[in-house]
Ligand binder design. Structure first.
Ligand code: SF4
Length: 335
């Protein structure tokens, strides 16, 4: 019997993907293109994905752009090359479409730092607060939220609310603190953080600045406040990418996940991008969750249409309300 025949849902849950051998002589790029056509599939990839996945994707972007693409696609199958909460977001917006993810175990430390039962209790303690949640959260948290935001639109969404509106911001305390700073609000912050953006070393960035005095430090607002304080530009992944493309500066120290350097180098050949070093014994600032996805797993999930994102309908409908509000406000604000 084929090994394929023996793969069960339990195997997929345990391994995270449809684990069968791939003929090493296969041209995976050509195979993935074939599967896209045969299955009317679209590949949406986050900017933190490995370069091969970015190169085969139909759309590469940050969480806002990916959600907008997922909302408007007419493909039958969405291949979400990102982490689990992102693929869940695509399913929330497209219940009739098949949404597959290369590796079901591609999680997110930030999303996991906000378990729905605990957050529900926290919310109940503050009944007069509106809940804005960063898109990096589970469907359970989205269902408990009034509006979702991304790092691209967080400031604009908060600014669109009346000044006296009390707000809980979850799950990222660093992004929340930055939004408080730039909007002058005093939002109540959930104590969550991203394992990648929390570990950048201010000391090592300072040393790099000494060696590269002309380099601009650019950072994602998920970074801690001391790193943001020394940054020349702060923005979402798409905003960082646009900044490096449009500015006359040619050298950058980049404080976000290293996958984005591939697009930066592609879009601005001749400019220099230095990944900001983390404060640990390792020189890499890769997100281990994002990097669970590989080109091989993209091929496998398209060929076998597994692992698939499935969701209980009541949860989906409740979670969709907060996502829809984000998309509506973003459209009104022209974002
Ligand atoms: S970089 Fe951080 S926020 Fe993004 S997926 Fe990885 S753990 Fe989550």
């Amino acid at each position: 019997m084929d090994k394929e025949m023996l793969i069960t849902q339990n195997d997929i849950l345990e391994k995270g993907f449809y684990d069968v051998d791939i003929d090493p002589t296969l041209d995976l790029f050509a195979e993935i293109e074939r599967l896209k056509k045969e299955k009317n599939a679209i590949i949406l990839a986050h900017l933190y994905q490995e370069p091969d996945i970015q190169d085969i994707a139909d759309y590469i972007g940050d969480s806002l752009g990916l959600a907008q693409q997922a909302a408007k696609t007419d493909a039958d199958m969405i291949v979400f090359a990102g982490v689990h909460f992102m693929a869940e977001g695509a399913k929330i917006l497209n219940p009739s479409k098949k949404v597959v993810i290369p590796d079901l175990k591609a999680g997110c430390s930030l999303s996991e730092s906000c378990p729905p039962p605990l957050f529900k209790k926290f919310k109940e303690q503050h009944p007069d607060h509106l809940v804005i949640s960063y898109i990096n959260c589970s469907a359970g948290i989205k269902a408990l939220s009034d509006i979702i935001c991304t790092s691209s639109n967080a400031k604009a969404i908060v600014d669109s609310l009346p000044a006296d509106q009390k707000i809980i911001f979850a799950p990222d305390k660093n992004l929340g603190a930055w939004v408080n700073k730039v909007t002058g609000r005093d939002m109540l912050l959930w104590n969550g953080a991203c394992m990648v953006h929390e570990i950048f070393s201010l000391e090592k960035i300072t040393r790099l600045k000494v060696r590269h005095p002309n380099a601009k430090v650019i950072a994602h607002p998920e970074c801690e406040e001391p790193v943001l304080r020394v940054s020349d530009f702060i923005g979402s992944t798409t905003q960082l990418l646009a900044y490096t493309r449009n500015t006359p500066h040619t050298e950058f120290i980049v404080a976000t996940e290293a996958g984005i350097l591939h697009q930066m180098a592609k879009q601005s050949p001749g400019k220099t991008f230095i990944p900001a070093p983390p404060d640990n014994n390792c020189a890499c600032n890769d997100c281990p969750h994002m990097k669970r996805n590989t080109l091989e797993k993209v091929y496998l999930c398209m060929e076998y249409e597994q692992p698939e994102i499935l969701m209980e309908e009541g949860l989906r409908i409740q979670a969709k309300k907060s996502l829809d509000r984000m998309l509506e406000i973003s459209a009104q604000l022209g974002l």
